[in-house]
Design a protein around this ligand. Structure first.
Ligand SMILES: [Fe+2]
Length: 141
């Protein structure tokens, strides 16, 4: 299971709450990955991540523009990669059906989701902190 810890906070309530919700979606998957029906679990998880993830990235990018975050282009490219990773998996298993849906598929999604969000928060989102957190010390210069 993934755990929200204070070192993941970027200090903006909308972004932090969205991240907690994404962790919840991922944990629901991790929790059910040993017991639930593979196809339903994969389908529900990929759909939830796409639905909620796309909305979250839009909200985050909007906040970046409002706070004049200078690295939006680079950051938004990372968001596109994250969405593409989920879409690719949805394609493979539900559109093209080029690989069978089985425990190996669950394992593949499991491995992706353990790092998918947390790595992005640590490597990219925390860089926004000085801009989006109203209480952050001014270290922009
Ligand atoms: Fe981000």
């Amino acid at each position: 299971m993934l755990h929200w810890t204070d070192d993941l906070a970027v200090g903006h309530p909308t972004i932090d709450n969205d991240h907690k919700k994404l962790i919840e979606i991922i944990n629901t998957f991790l929790d059910q990955s040993h017991s639930a029906d593979n196809a339903t679990l994969m389908n529900n998880t990929l759909k939830s991540l796409l639905n909620y993830g796309v909305g979250h990235f839009e909200r985050e990018e909007q906040i970046q523009r409002e706070t004049n975050y200078p690295y939006t282009a680079m950051h938004n490219r990372e968001h596109k990669v994250l969405i593409a990773q989920i879409k690719d998996m949805a394609n493979v298993y539900f559109i093209e059906k080029s690989r069978p849906l089985n425990t190996a598929s669950i394992h593949e999604l499991n491995n992706l989701l353990k790092i998918w969000l947390i790595d992005h928060i640590k490597k990219c989102d925390l860089n926004m902190r000085e801009w989006v957190d109203p209480n952050a010390e001014d270290v922009k210069d």
